[in-house]
Design a protein around this ligand. Structure first.
Ligand SMILES: Nc1nc2c(ncn2[C@@H]2O[C@H](COP(=O)(O)OP(=O)(O)OP(=O)(O)O)[C@@H](O)[C@H]2O)c(=O)[nH]1
Ligand SMILES: [Mg+2]
Ligand SMILES: [Zn+2]
Length: 376
């Protein structure tokens, strides 16, 4: 019985026409604890007893097409997260965000990684008594991701945002002064996560622009776009807007560099509209969020993230680190030793190139910094 009542949304909808239903309207505003607990218990029972959902592999979606008629799973994208709650935007809807908990069993392909991340495509079941609430039951394949090593003892993968296309590495010309070590770590994380890195230097009105451009020139030679902006004066914002248009872009960088200020400038009026709609559903709640995705006026999304104090690379070992410094590519095959760390070995072609000024010394420092952090 509970199964029909709770899971068969299409049946429920058919029944709304019956006189019985008309006399007994559903109470959508009932927030009582006991109701919620009952519903959660039933979700658990469902998963324990039936495991009707099988979203485990890429090749099969549901085990039996006909079985799925007993429950209705909807799909959507996680656009923000709270403590143990995720805000999901159902597919095909831009305004009906719903607040989801994780189901007792969540089918996912990702082991040793964040269970649910902002950007994830998820399957969820809606609470028919509270249509703004749901339960995530499956997480789809992550096509791309921005990950770091989680902070603390547990060194698993922390996915900051999944399924974006670009990573905007936001730094400030000053207050706080940009960090070249961190820029280079982000570039590696982007390559590992299949994201296109773009460097954005904000607050350029605080420094001589020529100095900034000279210091960043190396990235152009590496094929990485660098955009210089000032959210304060508006300089460079149109260029940035064109770069982000139609794409899904994650904003990441240290605290205070101006990520949210830039995001607000780019979001314009649509942001206000989204804000209003969201107010009713999830904004205004106490969000200690990891990231929030916003739609851009002219297409695309940006995911604003809070500043990170640490950015430990996930899944890059000492031997591999050199392969992410592509300016080393022409040199490392010429090193005397096959396994050369390019730090102290005689006959090292990378060090030779560094001494001749053919390899940027700041980039080399970043490489050494990564090796050293791996030794800890
Ligand atoms: N001088 C100057 N200040 C700016 C500029 N852009 C942003 N700020 C200021 O920098 C401060 C931090 O801006 P936020 O947008 O909150 O920075 P954030 O990167 O989102 O910081 P977190 O959310 O903590 O990671 C604010 O006081 C902004 O007004 C700029 O172009 N020039
Ligand atoms: Mg911010
Ligand atoms: Zn070497």
């Amino acid at each position: 019985m509970w199964k029909n009542k709770l899971w068969n949304i299409s049946d429920t909808m058919k029944k709304t026409d019956s006189p019985k239903q008309k006399n007994k309207p559903r109470r959508v505003d009932d927030e009582s604890d006991s109701d919620e607990t009952k519903w959660m218990d039933e979700v658990r029972r469902h998963h324990e007893n039936k495991s009707a959902l099988s979203f485990k592999s890429e090749t099969k979606t549901f085990r039996k097409e006909d079985k799925i008629k007993h429950i209705t799973t909807e799909f959507g994208r996680v656009i923000a997260s709270e403590v143990r709650q995720w805000i999901v935007q159902p597919n095909g809807s831009t305004k009906g965000e719903i607040v989801c908990l994780a189901g007792g069993t969540v089918h996912s392909l990702h082991e040793d990684s964040s269970l649910i991340a902002v950007g994830d495509e998820v399957g969820f079941i809606r609470d028919t008594n509270h249509p703004r609430k749901g339960m995530i039951v499956s997480v789809g394949k992550r096509h791309t991701k921005l990950s770091r090593r989680s902070v603390g003892k547990n060194t698993s993968e922390q996915v900051l945002v999944s399924n974006a296309e670009q990573l905007l590495i936001v730094m400030a010309a000053a207050e706080p002064f940009y960090n070249r070590r961190l820029i280079d770590r982000y570039i590696i994380a982007a390559e590992k996560g299949d994201l296109t890195p773009i460097i954005c230097i904000n607050k350029i009105e605080l420094m001589p622009e020529k100095m900034l451009r000279d210091d960043m020139a190396i990235y152009k030679t590496l094929g990485i776009k660098t955009i210089f902006v000032s959210a304060e004066t508006g300089k460079g914002i149109p260029t940035l807007e064109r770069t982000l248009r139609g794409k899904i872009t994650v904003f990441s960088g240290p605290s205070g560099v101006g990520k949210s200020t830039i995001a607000n400038l780019l979001l314009g009026e649509e942001m206000q509209e989204t804000g209003e709609v969201s107010q009713r559903t999830w904004k205004g709640r106490h969000i200690t969020t990891s990231a929030i995705m916003y739609p851009l006026v002219k297409g695309g999304f940006i995911a604003d993230t809070p500043g990170l104090r640490e950015f430990g690379l996930w899944d890059v070992n000492k031997e591999e680190a050199q392969f992410f410094f592509h300016e080393f590519d022409p040199y490392f095959p010429l090193c005397k030793y096959k396994w050369c760390s390019h730090t102290h070995e005689p006959g090292c072609a990378v060090i030779e190139a560094l001494n001749k000024g053919e390899i940027d010394s700041e980039r080399y420092q970043s490489y050494v910094n990564i090796l050293e952090s791996k030794e800890r």
